[in-house]
Design a protein around this ligand. Structure first.
Ligand code: ZN
Length: 349
């Protein structure tokens, strides 16, 4: 089951389009509530993962979806509880937080994460995450930060949305966070991870270009934020967007890699094959809850197997997450050379 990459991004909304969408409401949304009730009943009889944690991820959250996000976040805090990135790291190393260790099918704690670095993420962190006490992961493509407005919008359309949307169809105020906003997120206690240097699909790159996209993203984040970037989320997140050569580079420079493949994470999950749930904020709350409770896991078994195959057998996995030699992105490869045409200060412009 493949879902559209830009599903739920809420671009260019207008009343007319919304009405059309409601009319064409997908069957999976209409069945969400009965499916959720059935899923919860099955959980009572021991069906589903009893321990572990889930990562949930979001992209741009336009103003009109703030309420949907808030309702979802409140529901997660109440039913599942949330964990911070540091808790997830400890869990993967074998030490879950005490309160979350007891088996509780369908109520696994969630780690919130945000992809692409949209300016709306900063607003959400300040207005919604802070009051709820949620510490999250934000994945940034450093080469897109600080570009002149027109160039950044073109990059958003062509690399983040992969050309599925024209630049002039983007919401007029759509932009990425500034370095000041990203630094401020870090100061609020959130974790900043790399999302590629320019958000390019790794399976379309090779050689120096692949090196640069993966390694330089972490080198730049580390230089900007003053702490080694340990987390990577590869652009697009599906199994068609990750390769063995890419994962070997990620393994050499980062400690954790989050995919967009659905499923539970626990001690047995390779830290470079972490699963995550894309939450569709345009979907009914019951569908979002079904997603966060693992109701879609069954559709992604093959993708999970494929992902595990790509990362395996990497030497020392999954036990190298306490590697005392890890020094951060770039440390293993020394000075990187840049592919022709890429400016070293693309993030400063
Ligand atoms: Zn992305």
């Amino acid at each position: 089951m493949t879902e559209p990459i830009i599903d739920g991004l809420g671009m260019g909304p207008d009343g007319e389009r919304e009405a059309e969408e409601n009319e064409a409401r997908p069957w999976r949304y209409r069945l969400a509530l009965p499916a959720l009730l059935a899923h919860r009943t099955a959980g009572l009889f021991g069906w589903g993962a009893a321990s572990g944690f889930r990562i949930v991820h979001f992209h741009d959250i336009p103003d009109e979806q703030t309420t949907a996000f808030t309702l979802f976040a409140e529901a997660v805090v109440q039913r599942h509880g949330t964990i911070a990135p540091q808790d997830a790291e400890a869990w993967l190393a074998g030490t879950p937080p005490d309160w979350a260790a007891a088996p509780r099918a369908g109520r696994l704690p969630c780690l919130f994460s945000f992809d692409d670095g949209f300016a709306s993420n900063y607003r959400i962190a300040r207005d919604v995450l802070a009051p709820l006490g949620i510490k999250a992961l934000f994945f940034i493509a450093p080469g897109l930060i600080g570009l002149p407005q027109d160039e950044q919008r073109e990059r958003i359309a062509w690399t983040i949305f992969d050309g599925a949307v024209a630049t002039d169809e983007l919401a007029p105020d759509l932009r990425l966070m500034t370095w000041e906003e990203i630094t401020s997120l870090k100061d609020m206690g959130h974790t900043i991870g790399a999302h590629g240097m320019l958000h390019r699909q790794l399976t379309r790159l090779a050689g120096d270009e692949l090196d640069w996209e993966i390694i330089e993203a972490g080198v730049e984040l580390t230089a900007r934020l003053g702490a080694p970037a340990a987390w990577y989320a590869y652009a697009f997140g599906d199994i068609g967007s990750i390769s063995r050569s890419a994962i070997e580079l990620i393994d050499a420079h980062y400690r954790y890699c989050r995919s967009g493949v659905r499923g539970v994470n626990d001690r047995a999950t390779a830290p470079l094959a972490l699963r995550s749930e894309d939450i569709e904020l345009s979907a009914p709350l019951a569908y979002q809850k079904l997603t966060a409770e693992g109701g879609l896991d069954g559709f992604y078994r093959e993708e999970r197997d494929h992902l595990d195959q790509v990362v395996s057998p990497l030497p020392e996995l999954p036990d190298d997450d306490d590697d005392p030699d890890w020094q951060g992105p770039g440390a293993a490869a020394g000075q990187l050379s840049q592919p022709a045409g890429k400016s070293s200060d693309s993030g400063n412009a």
